[in-house]
Design a binder for this molecule. Structure first.
Ligand code: CO
Length: 137
């Protein structure tokens, strides 16, 4: 059902500063900033082997990531698993009574389709499902 860890999401106050830190410290190459309106974030990703790190800055304090920063400060925010068919996985989770943030997939970065599982139902870890677009990764 879960293909691999697609990315880890980090909440940051300043996307540019965070991207520069990882670039200078670890020699990674963060991609250009992309606004994901549906999630209220500006995001930049960099690759680590087969997975990605997603740096996320909220577009406004009154967004899920903005509220997360106010409550918890910067740091680890969510894990994202790649799935082949997000509809199938969501249907299975619903059938099993898993608490979902998104009943239906929404549009994510890079034309992906994503849905979040509530951390309450996943032992405290906000969990995202990602189905890649046909354009590939
Ligand atoms: Co994500």
């Amino acid at each position: 059902m879960l293909e691999k860890i697609h990315h880890l999401g980090y909440a940051v106050e300043d996307l540019e500063a965070a991207a520069r830190f990882y670039e200078r410290s670890f020699g990674v190459a963060p991609g250009g900033a992309e606004t994901v309106g549906e999630q209220g974030i500006v995001a930049s990703m960099f690759r680590v082997g087969d997975s990605l790190i997603e740096l996320m800055q909220p577009t406004h304090p009154d967004t899920p990531v903005g509220r997360f920063l106010a409550r918890r400060g910067e740091g680890f925010h969510h894990v994202a698993f790649e799935v082949a068919d997000i509809e199938v996985v969501l249907a299975e989770l619903k059938k099993n009574g898993v608490d979902l943030v998104d009943e239906e997939p929404r549009l994510g970065a890079g034309g992906t389709r994503t849905a979040f599982v509530h951390p309450k139902g996943a032992f405290g870890v906000l969990t995202e499902l990602v189905e890649l677009s046909d354009r590939g990764r």
